[in-house]
Design a protein around this ligand. Structure first.
Ligand SMILES: CCCO[C@@H]1O[C@H](CO)[C@@H](O[C@@H]2O[C@H](CO)[C@H](O)[C@H](OCc3cn(Cc4ccccc4)nn3)[C@H]2O)[C@H](O)[C@H]1NC(C)=O
Length: 126
């Protein structure tokens, strides 16, 4: 994918009806994730909460929770992510933005996947 620092990725997708949780993972590979973005409708005791984390050589880091939750089951959304050497900036559908530390110091993001109740429809690199 080759998403360099300063460039922005837009992930457009559909949230399933009856969604409980979906995940976007960005990073180097499955074991080195600079942003694990987990929108939890109702799972693991979290209700309508975004839980972010990182994974370094297969080990989870510390979770960061966001209270903004502009997601509805059964709808189409776009989430934008950009990164610099220190942080990732996530822009949610209601234009709410928050930052998550670039704990891996990753310069280029080559890995993206979605899991759970979300189907990626398109990806836009800007
Ligand atoms: C208080 C003691 C227990 O703590 C709980 O421990 C759980 C298990 O480690 C934490 O949940 C895990 O949090 C991780 C981030 O820190 C990841 O979100 C773990 O899920 C990984 C995952 C599963 N999947 C498959 C998937 C995803 C969405 C829907 C369906 C399948 N994809 N990635 C998720 O299972 C959960 O966030 C954590 N809760 C707290 C408050 O710390």
């Amino acid at each position: 994918m080759g998403l360099k620092a300063g460039k922005r990725i837009g992930v457009k997708g559909e949230i399933s009806a009856g969604a409980k949780s979906f995940v976007l993972n960005l990073g180097k590979d499955q074991a080195n994730i600079v942003l694990h973005f987990n929108a939890r409708f109702d799972i693991h005791g979290d209700v309508r909460t975004i839980v972010c984390n990182s994974m370094d050589k297969g080990e989870w880091g510390a979770e960061q929770r966001e209270s903004a939750f502009p997601f509805q089951e059964g709808t189409k959304v776009e989430i934008f992510i950009t990164h610099d050497p220190s942080n990732l900036t996530i822009t949610l559908p209601n234009n709410h933005q928050f930052k998550f530390p670039n704990r891996l110091g990753l310069q280029v993001i080559d890995f993206l996947n979605a899991e759970g109740d979300f189907i990626i429809k398109s990806i836009q690199l800007e």
